[in-house]
Design a protein around this ligand. Structure first.
Ligand SMILES: Cc1cc2nc3c(=O)[nH]c(=O)nc-3n(C[C@H](O)[C@H](O)[C@H](O)COP(=O)(O)O)c2cc1C
Length: 212
């Protein structure tokens, strides 16, 4: 696994400095992906902090938008984000829980795609925990009166940051858990791109190498 950890001190020939999967196992590759996404959830500066979430709209058309990766739990195969219960994406997910998450890091030249099932947590214990772990700046977004997508006469002003313990907005806050079984990973290399579909459902991860 050591060879797979991205290390700023490594030389340019270090295989995983450029996500070279040649010679790696499926388990090592999953550890690498999971480690990066755990780090991405913890840091706003991480290139994988802002995935694109795609849902299916009422008319069957795809709807894509940016969200903040709030938590990545490799053991349970879960990626979490927060949103407003009144938003179009929640309406979509309650009707059709199948969603897609997409990341691209242009520096590492890595694409990660996850097909998942979304579980919307609203006014339950998981939502309460997520709310409690949210910064005041994040909680302020939910104190806005207007539902996302409401037509307005003018641009709204930012909400003031709530004090600790201020629950304004909790009633519209949701924590969304995206549960997945597989990961589609593509890494770009001049010598040949590498794409694998990681299957995480067994005792050990397995993979299928795919044409890029
Ligand atoms: C950098 C960035 C991060 C965002 N993070 C979130 C987020 O974590 N949750 C969220 O609901 N919307 C987030 N948004 C706004 C969404 O992209 C989207 O505009 C909004 O949620 C309405 O989407 P919907 O009408 O498709 O539900 C973010 C937008 C940007 C540009």
């Amino acid at each position: 696994m050591d060879t797979l950890i991205k290390d700023q001190q490594s030389t340019a020939s270090d295989p995983l400095l450029d996500w070279n999967l040649a010679g790696a196992t499926a388990a090592e590759t999953w550890e690498l992906v999971a480690g990066e996404l755990v780090a991405a959830a913890a840091s706003g500066r991480h290139p994988l902090h802002l995935p694109t979430l795609t849902t299916v709209g009422a008319d069957g058309a795809p709807q894509a938008r940016t969200v903040v990766l709030r938590l990545f739990d490799p053991a349970h195969r879960e990626a979490w984000f927060h949103t407003d219960v009144r938003s179009g994406k929640v309406t979509d997910m309650l009707r059709e829980p199948r969603v897609a998450l997409h990341w691209y890091d242009p520096t590492a030249r890595v694409q990660i795609r996850i097909a998942a099932r979304a579980h919307v947590h609203h006014c339950d214990a998981r939502a309460r925990t997520a709310w409690g772990n949210s910064a005041a700046m994040s909680r302020a977004c939910y104190a806005a009166c207007d539902a996302p997508g409401t037509p307005l006469e003018q641009f709204p002003t930012a909400q003031p940051h709530p004090a600790d313990g201020d629950d304004a907005g909790f009633e519209v806050f949701t924590a969304v858990c995206c549960h997945f079984d597989t990961v589609d990973l593509l890494t770009l290399h001049a010598a040949g791109h590498q794409r694998v579909l990681l299957d995480l459902t067994g005792r050990k991860p397995t993979w299928q190498i795919l044409a890029p």
